[in-house]
Ligand binder design. Structure first.
Ligand SMILES: [Zn+2]
Length: 184
């Protein structure tokens, strides 16, 4: 188990466009994926893109269940580890719903910022698993939001880019200051 450092905005590496993953996976890529899962659960978060740990490859991990209210309720209020880990490789949306939905989003790379974001309410996704098999499925609700958020990272896009310019500049100021204080 290895926890990797999560890049914090503003950091130029978060703006990199990630490249495709080739199959079969190398041992190095397998261990990156394992580290990404460990890092996500440790953070704790419900999703993590390779871009966020400084690896410019089109990979993301999510587990939208382990911290959900429903799962917590069954576990006496505590989050459970590794409930429904998903690994998404070379993901690509093949359809987006014209209807929009608004969810409050946050990001491990943008600490202490939670804002409402509008996104297509449902999506169809094509992706590869760790064996290189291609899958296609539809997602809606929180999962659709989480997937769109994570895969934005692979194109160097952050959820705050989808907010008003005024909000973006306030967030940038606050986080730049926070970073300076931490580096002192
Ligand atoms: Zn994020």
């Amino acid at each position: 188990m290895a926890i990797r450092e999560i890049l914090i905005y503003p950091d130029d590496r978060l703006r990199e466009v990630a490249g495709p993953v080739e199959f079969p996976l190398t041992d190095e890529v397998r261990s990156i994926i394992q580290d990404m899962a460990d890092t996500m659960y440790d953070a704790p978060g419900v999703g993590l893109a390779a871009t966020q740990v400084g690896v410019p490859l089109r990979i993301a991990v999510t587990d939208t269940d382990w911290r959900s209210e429903e799962v917590r309720h069954e576990n006496g209020g505590e989050p459970v580890a590794a409930c429904n880990l998903k690994v998404w490789i070379n993901p690509e949306f093949t359809w987006r719903d014209a209807g929009m939905a608004t969810w409050e989003e946050g990001c491990l790379s943008v600490p202490e910022v939670y804002e409402d974001v509008d996104r297509p309410a449902a999506v169809r996704l094509r992706w590869q698993d760790m064996d290189g098999e291609t899958h296609e499925a539809d997602f809606e609700g929180f999962q659709a939001v989480a997937l769109q958020h994570e895969f934005d990272h692979l194109d160097g896009v952050l959820f705050i880019d989808r907010l008003s310019r005024l909000k973006q500049s306030m967030i940038k100021k606050r986080l730049t200051k926070r970073k300076k204080l931490q580096n002192q």
